[in-house]
Write a protein that binds this ligand. Sequence first.
Ligand code: PMP
Length: 308
Amino acid sequence: MDLPNYAFFRGKIVPYSEAKVGVLTHGLNYGTAAFGGVRAYWNDADQQLWLFRPLDHYRRFLNSGKLLCMEFDQTPESLTQITIELLRTEAFRCDVYIRPLAYKADEIIGVRLHNLIDEFAIVALPFNRYVANDTNAHVTISSWRRVDDNVIPARGKIAGAYANSAFIKTDALRAGFDEALVLTNEGHISEGSAENVFMVRDGVLITPSITENILEGITRRTVMELARQEMGLQVVERPIDRTEVYLCDELFLSGTAAQITAATRVDHRPVGDAQMGPITTRLRELFNDVVRGRLPQYRHWNTAVYPA
Ligand code: PMP
């Protein structure tokens, strides 16, 4: 992966090599940081780079900061504007991943959230696929459990909680799988290491509710709306038992990085006939059109980076 050329750091756009923090930085030592992950998609026909749902992403980003008692003089709109300036400076003409990071910046010893300096930075870099087998992923059920809302709230993208995701992901990859689903302490399916999860059973699209220790995914919300509005599907949020994903007809992961990744095997068991199913296929097509600004009815989710 190439490094970015620039970063928004301490209030301005600087060369990426100047966006550095000291090793004592609180967020680095204690995980007292929160981040986001936004994508922008290049549309060659429009000669435009479309940011996908930046206001929703930055609303969640600021909320993650709020959980960490962070205070910023920023709004979703102002953070979107900074992002546009950064992407213009990089002059990207390709698909891009944007990483905003908010962190406790003090270089001190002492675990706490209050009376610390909050800083944020934004970087962006060219990005394509996140899960290699995104049409036929083999997933396992992780032996790790998902962080609980009363341990580290998963609804915030809190840096420290991603040690949990890293355990989940590494053990899955080393065991030969592409991803893992992780269970809540109660034993229900929560989500993937960095994706929400959906299954299709008897034509109904089902996903764990937001009280199942999931990140409230923006792709998840997008999928739910597209399934209802464009495909007339019934979408249900409810607890999912482990063995339901062994028996479902279709299974997929959703996330900004993973987009819509079809899982066709779970723990060596075929999902349906072990081929990406029709509902997943259609959702992927719709999603790809929506993020590239090709569907006028969803243009309100696309923010243009370059002047028209
Ligand atoms: N769950 C976790 C743990 C994640 O890290 C992500 C990626 N941000 C998601 C779900 C998907 O969220 P989104 O669709 O907003 O990217």
